[in-house]
Design a protein. Structure first.
Length: 369
């Protein structure tokens, strides 16, 4: 397949810069996901790879070849679009074969590639149907098949699951993950859905306002976010944030705010020393908040009493919502929780798993272990 290298890539529309200083190496056969909110530049970056957008500055290489000025048709890439982009008057077979026919492939080779791809995607029984006769999931498989028959160096996927319902999206997510391993392909995948990114990517590129915020494996993004934006964006439910003052009592650093007074874990104390007497932002994942009696008994120094606003039973777990210093907080707790709406409830924050951020720079102060 192919290695992709981006060096200081920039995309401008007049005076508006939508991708800024994008530098990244995508390894051969890697599945990499570009994720971020709408308008962050992820689709524009993908379209530059495809040759559908000109590069304003910087360099892009595919397998060591500079492709800034190479036509899209000569880059040996295949793209799967959000809208499927199937020809309604053509059969499934004709849609999948169309690109090969344009390139004057011999008919026996076209037949072989289309039927092999259809078998891989389990749509070989649909080859004579028209797109209007297919479900959304089947149409998505046809769009994938049209890319597969090209046997390209790189697959580009632009939010291919966003038009599917929730259950089908989960199913197709697994199908694409299996497919990439079978094809041993290099894949660049764009989504705004952090769940898709976390479950599919070897590495994830988190983008905001055209800039790369962090590039890392899913679990490292979750456990060691580089800044507040990444910490807020990755994880569902999102990380909780509290503005606190770092004080000291009897030689022990403490986090102080109205309704909150907790000691800092010894694991974090040294790194937080320069912030003594200053404001910091502490981040706590919902699953680092506990209300199990055994945990409360083992960590009395980390407990606090809150008033429960909402309880959401989810079957295998429950979400409980409350406020600390006017900040909304959510905890993921066992389904056996005794929390009740509008009642007082004791819980504990796992301070070993806390994250700390500088309020001015919004960068991490200390990455949780």
């Amino acid at each position: 397949m192919a290695e992709l290298v981006f060096k200081n890539l920039v995309k401008q529309y007049g005076t508006n810069t939508v991708v800024q200083d994008f530098s990244l190496t995508i390894r051969d056969k890697e599945f990499i996901v570009l994720v971020g909110p709408s308008g962050c530049g992820k689709t524009t970056t993908l379209r530059m790879v495809a040759g559908l957008e000109d590069i304003s500055a910087g360099e892009m290489y595919i397998n060591g070849r500079l492709v800034n000025d190479v036509e899209s048709k000569d880059r040996d890439i295949a793209m799967v679009f959000q809208s499927y982009a199937l020809y309604p008057h053509m059969s499934v077979f004709e849609n999948m074969a169309f690109g090969l026919e344009l390139r004057k492939f011999p008919q026996p080779e076209i037949e072989r590639r289309v039927r092999e791809a259809a078998e891989i995607l389990c749509i070989d029984h649909l080859l004579l149907r028209k797109p209007k006769e297919l479900s959304g999931g089947q149409r998505q498989r046809v769009a994938l098949g049209r890319a597969i028959v090209r046997e390209p160096q790189v697959f580009l996927m632009d939010e291919p699951l966003s038009n599917l319902d929730a259950n089908l999206r989960v199913q197709m997510r697994a199908e694409i993950a299996k497919l990439r391993h079978r094809l041993q392909a290099t894949v660049v995948y764009v989504t705004h859905d952090q769940t898709e990114a976390m479950t599919m990517g070897d590495r994830i590129v988190v983008m905001k306002d055209g800039f790369i915020q962090q590039v890392d494996t899913p679990m490292k993004l979750y456990s060691t976010p580089a800044n507040l934006f990444v910490a807020r964006f990755i994880g569902s439910p999102a990380m909780n944030f509290l503005s606190v003052r770092l004080s000291e009592a009897a030689g022990v650093p403490r986090l102080s705010a109205p309704g909150l007074d907790l000691p800092v874990s010894p694991a974090h104390a040294a790194r937080l020393a320069p912030y003594a007497g200053r404001e910091v932002i502490v981040g706590i994942r919902p699953d680092a908040i506990h209300d199990e009696p055994a945990y409360l008994a083992a960590h009395p120094e980390w407990t606090l009493e809150v008033r429960i606003d909402v309880v959401e039973p989810m079957g295998s777990e429950s979400f409980i919502y409350f406020s600390v210093n006017a900040e909304n907080v959510v905890a993921r707790v066992p389904p056996t929780t005794s929390a009740r709406v509008m009642s007082a409830h004791r819980l504990a924050l796992d301070m070993d798993a806390a994250h700390f951020f500088d309020p001015q720079t919004q960068q991490t102060i200390y990455d949780a272990a």
